[in-house]
Write a protein of this length. Structure first.
Length: 172
């Protein structure tokens, strides 16, 4: 996604120089170097330079296992918190602090416990990005349940109120 573009100073004057910031989402096992190489091949113009911004570029994290006790606990907590919603691994499309923990543990799961409606999905990383207030309570409930689950606590917290109809379009 080209997130910032700079060039000319007037609509009828050719720019002497132009630059763009492009945000890439890396696939599993991909690297910043390979993405830059791919961009250069696709652009195929020696006048264009491609470089990674050091403070904002990192290689894709490793894929976390789904056959572990940690994943099973996460899956169970998701099902309990979100009315038995189907759980499946997917690519987390956002950057998170989890990349800092990949060297410490292979069970690093990138998951945000909230449900988004269509209007909220359209606002992701846009103007007026937000989630509903009732989702904040559900997020807190989720993390309390997850901590209890992973800690082996058998106590069950009170179940949250069912979600409103039409508010279960996507899990982020």
């Amino acid at each position: 996604a080209a997130t910032m573009v700079r060039g000319g100073i007037k609509e009828n004057v050719l720019a002497r120089r132009a630059e763009a910031a492009v945000n890439f989402r890396l696939m599993p096992d991909d690297s910043v170097a390979r993405v830059c190489e791919h961009a250069m091949r696709v652009i195929d113009d020696s006048r264009v330079q491609v470089r990674a911004v050091p403070e904002g570029a990192w290689d894709a994290p490793p894929v976390s296992p789904t056959d572990s006790a940690a994943f099973r606990g996460l899956e169970e907590t998701i099902r309990r918190t979100f009315n038995n919603i189907p759980v499946t691994p997917f690519l987390f499309p956002a950057a998170s602090d989890s990349r800092h923990y990949a060297a410490l543990c292979e069970n690093v799961y990138r998951f945000s416990p909230y449900l988004l409606g269509e209007d909220e999905i359209r606002r992701i990383h846009g103007v007026d990005e937000r989630i509903r207030v009732e989702m904040l309570g559900r997020m807190v409930h989720f993390f309390v349940e997850l901590i209890r689950n992973w800690a082996g606590d058998e106590a069950q917290a009170a179940q949250p109120e069912p979600l409103e109809e039409g508010k279960t379009d996507a899990v982020g």
